[in-house]
Every structure is written in structure tokens, then in C-alpha cells.
Design a protein around this ligand. Structure first.
Ligand SMILES: C[S@@+](CC[C@H](N)C(=O)[O-])C[C@H]1O[C@@H](n2cnc3c(N)ncnc32)[C@H](O)[C@@H]1O
Length: 307
């Protein structure tokens, strides 16, 4: 799996996640099986791991290496379906729930996946190929202000208006079909030294929008807190500020005992504290890890325990 994806913050994730070696665990982002393999190595034979990935290639690869494990079940579902998966497996509560968000190095490097702007591929950006909207359809049919808003909101890109205007001009001359077509359009208007950062932001924005990544993450976090056993842990690795903010805010909200306005003399809300945050500050990869795995440089780990 090392050739496809090097797992990030591997030992730290396992240390935070596993408290009961005979417990039941959920890995929502199976990928190439890095974290799932380590969870399996750590738990006992009477423990159970349920792992899922929405990407069929990642699921098939991991099934080929982990599919015969006795104490593991694999799904090709979105992690937002955690409640459905728990029901299918007759699981009432998990002792640990894990997610390593975003896409794998393989998805980034493989031109067929269409996630990279560095290699020519169809403008797609769907993790789940059953989704109807592709990046090509979005770029060739959405209105200028819709494209600009998506790039601004999900890519935090200041040149969103300029980029959207240019896309509209160019598509009048013929449809924008490939990753390199889109990268070429952006390279016309962004100085060379900012180009990689801008392209990363634009591709990130389109990917988040197409896969509804932020909504899916919110559903997953809401349902995960419902499904955690007392003393069970949730551990999430994020790679950009939009997803990190959602995890941070959710943990903070669930750790509150009261949400009454500050000027109420007595608490009148029914707020129940459900989580205790274990990582007061996020955990970052060490410089050594970053030096051998560049993808780790933007990772943050947050963990909380169900009380
Ligand atoms: C960073 S990789 C995980 C790598 C994995 N931890 C490993 O060590 O091999 C993220 C994976 O999560 C999957 N993914 C992203 N969003 C998902 C979602 N909403 N539901 C299920 N899988 C998702 C991607 O397809 C990708 O394979």
C-alpha cells in the first residue's frame, strides 16, 4: 500500500482511537487500508473493524488485501451512511470512530482519477462515480457567479471572480473538457509564482462542491456522536481549514454543558454534554514525518471521547 498512499499520523491515530482491544471500531475512510490495517493489528481477534470507502477503486484494492480478515467488514458506502452500516451490522455503538479526510495520494497521482491538474485527464472530480454532476458539467454549464462563489467559498481563492469570468469567455469557444484545459485557462491569468496554490484551491473547491464534502462531514460527525459508546473515541484527520473548522466546532459544541445566552442568570437550556475534547490543540505530524511524506504537512488530528 506504500506505493499508493502512506498513512498520516498512523501511530498517533491508533493511540487516540483504541481503548478496548476487544471493541468495535469504524474507519470511514478505508483508502488503501493503512489505518485499517493498523487497527486490525492492534485489536484482538474478538474485536471488530468496519471500514468503508466511497471510491470503488480504493474499496476494491483494500478488499483484495483485507477482504479475508475474520474480524473486518468492508463497505463501498459514503461515511455519512454510518447509521445504515451500523444497522446492517446490528451494531448499537462503536468504541472508536475514525476518519482521515480528503483523497489519497493514489487518487491525486492517478491521471484516470482526474483529481490532479498536473496530468491530463477528464475533468471529473467525483469520488463516487454514481454522482451525476462532474467537474466538466459544472464548469461548462453553471452561471458565472455560481462558479465564482464555489471557488471563493470552498477554495478561499481571492481571484475567484477573475477566474470565473475567464472560464465563461473560454467556454464560448468550445467546451472545457480536461484538467489541463482548465489549468491552462487559469495559468493565463495568474502569475507563475502563485499558480500551483491557485490551481490547488480551484480543484479543491470543485471537489468539495461536487462531492458535497462539508455536508457529508457534518452528517457523519452528528451520527458518529450518536453512535459512540460511553468512553468511545472519535478521531479525525483534516487537511484544510474548512473541514478542520467543522470538526473543531462540532467537538466544541458537544463539549458544552449549556448554550444559554450569557446574560441568563440561570441555565434554561436542555443542553447535554456528550463529548470531552482530548486534544486541546490539534496534533500535527512531526518534521520527520513531513520530510518523508509531503502530504502530511497540512494534517491536523483532533480527538474527543464520549461521556
Ligand atoms: C486520505 S485517504 C484515506 C487513506 C487511508 N487512511 C489509508 O491509510 O490508506 C481518504 C479516503 O477517504 C475516501 N473518502 C473521502 N470522503 C469519503 C466519504 N464521504 N465517505 C467514504 N469515503 C470517503 C477517499 O475516497 C479516500 O480513499
Amino acid at each position: 500500500m506504500g506505493d499508493f498512499h502512506t498513512p498520516v499520523l498512523l501511530n498517533e491515530s491508533i493511540d487516540y482511537l483504541i481503548t478496548d482491544k476487544s471493541g468495535t471500531y469504524f474507519d470511514g475512510t478505508l483508502g488503501f487500508g493503512g489505518h485499517s490495517s493498523k487497527i486490525l493489528e492492534t485489536i484482538n481477534k474478538d474485536g471488530l473493524l468496519i471500514s468503508t470507502d466511497v471510491d470503488l477503486d480504493a474499496f476494491n484494492y483494500s478488499k483484495s488485501i483485507l477482504g479475508k480478515e475474520q474480524n473486518m467488514k468492508l463497505y463501498n458506502f459514503n461515511f455519512s451512511k454510518i447509521k445504515i452500516i451500523a444497522k446492517l451490522e446490528s451494531i448499537k455503538a462503536f468504541n472508536g470512530i475514525f476518519a482521515d479526510l480528503g483523497i489519497s495520494s493514489h487518487q491525486i497521482d492517478d491521471p484516470a482519477s482526474g483529481f490532479t491538474f498536473r496530468k491530463e485527464a477528464e475533468l471529473d472530480l467525483r469520488m463516487d462515480k454514481t454522482i451525476k454532476l462532474t467537474a466538466a458539467k459544472l464548469i461548462n454549464t453553471f452561471a458565472e457567479d455560481e462558479i465564482s462563489n464555489i471557488i471563493f467559498k470552498y477554495g478561499e481563492e481571492r481571484n475567484s471572480r477573475k477566474i470565473a469570468r475567464r472560464i465563461i469567455e473560454k467556454r464560448k469557444a468550445g467546451s472545457i473538457k480536461t484538467t489541463t484545459d482548465l489549468a491552462g485557462i487559469i495559468s493565463d491569468i495568474v502569475p507563475e509564482r502563485f499558480l500551483n496554490k491557485t490551481l490547488s484551491r480551484v480543484f479543491q473547491a470543485l471537489r468539495i462542491y461536487i462531492n458535497k464534502e462539508l455536508n457529508v462531514l457534518k452528517t457523519f460527525l452528528d451520527d458518529s456522536v450518536d453512535l459512540l459508546a460511553e468512553g468511545g473515541r472519535i478521531v479525525v484527520l483534516t487537511y484544510h481549514s474548512l473541514e478542520d473548522r467543522i470538526v473543531k466546532e462540532k467537538f466544541k459544541y458537544e463539549a458544552l454543558t449549556c448554550v444559554c445566552p450569557k446574560d441568563y442568570p440561570v441555565c434554561q437550556c436542555d443542553k447535554v454534554q456528550r463529548l470531552k475534547i482530548i486534544t486541546r490543540k490539534p496534533v500535527y505530524p512531526s518534521p520527520e514525518e513531513i520530510s518523508i511524506n509531503r502530504r502530511a504537512r497540512s494534517a491536523k488530528l483532533r480527538a474527543a471521547v464520549r461521556i
